[in-house]
Design a protein around this ligand. Structure first.
Ligand code: URA
Length: 195
């Protein structure tokens, strides 16, 4: 994909869905668009669509999405007022029998979508971008989740807040309540900064 600017989000999505160069082996053909309001002050970026997102064509509708919605609602933020998207737009998986098992995107996968994600951010024009987990953070070129988590950073003229991915919480056996409370605090920090 050449580095050009699109006039609107629908134009960006139309262009990219047609661009087969973005479809690498091991990925679903389904392109999952971001969802929410253009101009939303708060933008949340995840890793990649999962199985349920791939089947429905919508971001964050599976277990991690439901948890994200609950955490947002818990701090008084309606997801409909935000913009939710992913660093990588297609589900990467391997087949085990009939099951499609999630594969973490590698550096090349992230790089393939990086310009595109930045263009999406430019068009949504949020005040604050929340990177949900390492893949999103790598896609936005930077920061360390370990040292910068929950911190408001300056990133390309906007504010960036790195935090964990909600699927991390779903995998926890111990200290889930503490970790979830911390995640909510991170989201609250971002929402306050977004105004
Ligand atoms: N995990 C993500 O990172 N994104 C989704 O859309 C769903 C699960």
């Amino acid at each position: 994909m050449t580095e050009r600017h699109f006039a609107s989000l629908p134009a960006l999505y139309r262009g990219e869905e047609a661009d087969e160069a973005l479809r690498a082996p091991g990925f679903s053909a389904v392109f999952v668009r971001g969802e929410g309001k253009v101009g939303a002050p708060l933008m949340l970026i995840g890793e990649q669509p999962g199985n349920q997102e791939d089947l429905s064509g919508r971001p964050f509708v599976g277990p991690a999405g439901r948890l994200l919605d609950q955490c947002l609602a818990g701090i008084g933020v309606d997801r409909a007022t935000t913009f939710v998207t992913n660093a990588v737009k297609r589900f990467k998986f391997t087949l085990r029998g009939k099951r499609r098992l999630h594969q973490t995107p590698n550096a090349g996968d992230i790089a393939r979508y990086r310009w595109w994600l930045k263009e999406e951010v430019r068009l949504v024009h949020p005040t604050v971008v929340v990177a949900l987990g390492r893949t999103a953070l790598r896609a936005l070129d930077g920061a360390s989740l370990k040292s910068d988590r929950g911190t408001l950073l300056s990133w390309e003229g906007r504010t960036l807040l790195p935090t964990i991915h909600p699927s991390y919480l779903l995998r926890l056996r111990d200290q889930r309540d503490d970790e979830e409370a911390r995640f909510r605090e991170d989201l609250r920090t971002a929402a306050r900064a977004a105004g």
